[in-house]
Structure formats: structure tokens, C-alpha cells
Design a protein around this ligand. Sequence first.
Ligand SMILES: O=P(O)(O)OC[C@H]1O[C@](O)(CO)[C@@H](O)[C@@H]1O
Length: 527
Amino acid sequence: MVSWKDFDSLSSYETLQSLKNHVDVKKELSGENGAERVRKYNCEMAAGLNYNYASKEVDEVVLKALQELSDEAQLTEKFEELYNGAIINTGENRLVLHHLARNQLGKDVVVDGVNKREFYVSQQKKAADFANKVHNGEIVNENGEPFTTVVQIGIGGSDLGPRALYIALENWAKANQTFKMEARFISNVDPDDAAAVLNATDLAHALFIVVSKSGTTLETLTNEQFVKDALIQAGLDPSKHMLAVTSETSPLAKSPDYLTAVFMDDYIGGRYSSVSAVGGMVLSLAFGPEVFAQILEGMAKEDQLATNKNILENPDLLDALIGVYERNVQGYPVTAVLPYSQALARFPAHLQQCDMESNGKSVNRFGQPIHYVTGPVIFGEPGTNGQHSFYQLLHQGTDIISLQFVGFKNSQIGKDVNIENSTSQQKLNANVAAQIVAFACGKEDTNQNKNFEGGRPSSIIIGEQLTPAALGALLAHFENKIMFQGFVWNLNSFDQEGVQLGKVLAKKVLSGNSDGALKVYADLLNI
Ligand SMILES: O=P(O)(O)OC[C@H]1O[C@](O)(CO)[C@@H](O)[C@@H]1O
């Protein structure tokens, strides 16, 4: 049995606090052992990725203390409990089973007579069969013509992950002749979002997937109606163009208005649902089920690595623990995710939800207040674009921001140009290497305006190419990292009560019952 304790009640908490500012990363990286350090502080991930933490503020002493923390907090044991079906989501009294959707780890979990692994796999298969029928022309529109576009209607976890994964692989799939259909996404209740997507879509040849686990999300239901109206106005029958991904108990599940309905359940949280049917349907339609299966494979291999008790051989756990050290010992408030890959343009947005909705909490898993800081603010943009935007603050601002780079040796499309003896891909990667060293080592200048203090820690995940398997490994890495951090902080990382209050007040405004300041704001906004 594992025991759930607050972080500050562990003896390793005290040990770690005594290690504040223990490592001067500037000295370490610019010193004579700097090159050796970059070679040594590396941990292999799945799908040929590597997590390099040479520019983080760690050494053998800090790593030993982090291993002790991992052991004392029983982090891998808690992971095992999670994937074997313990009630980890204490707030909602639910199991947390997203790893089973990758079809690898643990025992079979049976709830109310349903084998959950088989259930998730059967729904992925249902999505795959549907996608295959669309691709081979068995499922066509009213005029017997093929569907050429798929539009996902959903928000939060029913949008961000699937959208990020689609964008990540669109060019790869085109370059590898596995691209089947263009995908678009409608998420915001801002009417301009739906209107703009619909204006750019050939409605007669479009499929619309309504994705909502609860089937009650205001934005998604509103956008579904927006789309239905547009289809009817175009003389089309919505039930021949729309399908649903939802839970079996949701209001959407009972509707006869869909070509098909594919199911998930409450044991996979929205932000962890990218590779359940929530993302499986749109990705299988866009790229084919085989590509989707490769994402799952990359995730399953990364999950397997996450079971290792040795933190030096467990990249997800190691990254999580270094993040805890930075947050709770060094006091860094923000983590920037900086992919040097345009294909990962929406990946940081997905991680914002995944991380901040999971670990943005002030009470422990039993609802009692805690007395240490928890999840950092997450933000990010692809490099090198970010360099010309917010890196100024990262280099010379008053806060130290923890940095998480991602880079690939090869581009996805393979087209390039050689200017001044280097390709664009080389320029991209030269920049990320330069940034790591610039952040860590800085540069002294007598003109303080041009002085770089350095000592700004970063890690980098490096892969050969952003393939489906590499993307899967990357996604699982961050999901597992967030999970391990939640365990250290003794949080329930799998509910999101903090999003409810705003929804309730918005309903109050819309029903005309607001008063006081709320009413004045509503009036100012012309509601
Ligand atoms: O899939 P649903 O039920 O429409 O929920 C969408 C999103 O809304 C949230 O519940 C937050 O409001 C997210 O956690 C979730 O991903």
C-alpha cells in the first residue's frame, strides 16, 4: 500500500531545502567539465528521443536527493496503483485510466463488468473502422461523393490535444503519403471562430465530429447548433454529416442525429484524452488508423520507461523531479516550453491545459490546505520565433524562468535551402544550441545593459525527426511528468473544480439574474 503524504512532511523535503543554489550551472557548463557534462546528463526516452538535463542546476548530490524523494514519496508505486485501477481522482471518486488507452501497462481493470482496456481499444477500433470506410468510399455524403474534410467541434481537452497532434503531423503525413483528409477545429464560442471555419469549408464534403465527454459543455453545444444551422441552410442533412465522441452516459449519446457515436468514459480526464476516441477519430480520419497506432506505440513505450524506479533511467520522473526542485527549492514560478519545430506550434497550448488544470491546486488530495507552491505557469512558442519576441525577459528579466527546449535533427518535409553554407534546419538547430549556452553561461559586459548574468537553467529533448512515434513519446513524457509532480505535491491532479465558478456566473449573466459588479460588467459588454 502506498501512503499519501504532504510534500513538506517528508524528510527528503528538508534535505532538498538545504540544497538551494547548490549548483552554479554557469560554472558547471562553462568550466572544463562542461562538454563532458552535456554528454553525461542524458536520459534515453522512447522513439529515439533523448532528455538532456546538462544545463539544469543538478549534480550528483541533488540527483541523489531527488532519488530519495522519489523513493520516500513512492512515486513509481503510485503510478502502478494508478494504472492498475486505484481511485486516484479523490475529488470525483474516479479511477484514472488514460494509460490503458495506450494498451500496454498493468492488469486488466474491470468496472461494473466492463474490462476498461478492452472498452478503450474497442472504441479506437470503432473509430478506425469508421475512418477506413470514409477513406474507401463506403461512407459518403448524400450525393454519393467522398468526404474530404473533417471538422472537430470541442473545447479544452476535446480540442487542444487533438489539434496539437494534428498540426504536429500534418506535414509529416503529406511527406509520407499517409495524408487522407484535411482537419479543422472549432472550439471558441466566439461566433467568429465557427463562422470563419465554416466559410473556409466545403460543407457538402465535410464531416463534423462533436466531441464532448460530458455532452453538456456550453461552447460545444452552441457550436454544434451553429454548424447544424449552416448545414441546413446549405440544403444538407446534418445527420448525414455529423458524428459524436462522448461518454455513454452523456446527453449526446442518446441522440439519433449522428452517423455514429464513439465512446469514452469518466476515467479518462479531458486533458488526458488526446489518444482516446477524442483524438483517435479525427486523427484516424486525417492520417489513417495506422498512423494513429504509431502514436499509441510511442506513448506505450514511454509509459513503460516511466515505471523504472531509478530516476536516471526514467526521463519522465527525472524531468518531474527537476521541475519540483526548481519550483519548491529554487522558487522559479514559470516554465517555458520552447519547441524548435514549427509543427509543435500548438503543443505548448496543450501542455498549458494539461499541466495547469492538473496541478494548479492549493489543497491536497484530501481537500486540506497545503503550505508549499505547486504547479508553475506554463507557456511557450516555437523557436526561433520566440527569440524575436519574449526571450528578452528570459535572458535579462528579473525572474528566472525554467526552460524546456525540444528539437529535431531533421525536418519533416525535407525541403530546405542552403544559404551562407548552412541549411535552414542547421540554422534552426544552431539557434537552440546557442540559446542553451547563452542562458546558462551568459556573457559579461561592463555595459550593464549588455550584460548577461547567465545561470538560467534549461533542458532539451532531442529526436531524429518528429514522427508519429516520437510525438507519442513526447506527449506521454509530459503527461507522466505532470502526474509525478502531482504525486510529489500530494494533489489530486485529475479534477478541475477551479473552472466551475466562472461557468456558474456566466450562466447567471445569461439568465438575466446578475447583480452588483457582475451586472455592471455585463451591461458594459452589451449582454
Ligand atoms: O469534453 P467536455 O466535457 O466538453 O469538456 C471540455 C473541457 O472542459 C473542462 O471540463 C473545463 O471546463 C475541461 O477539463 C475539458 O477538457
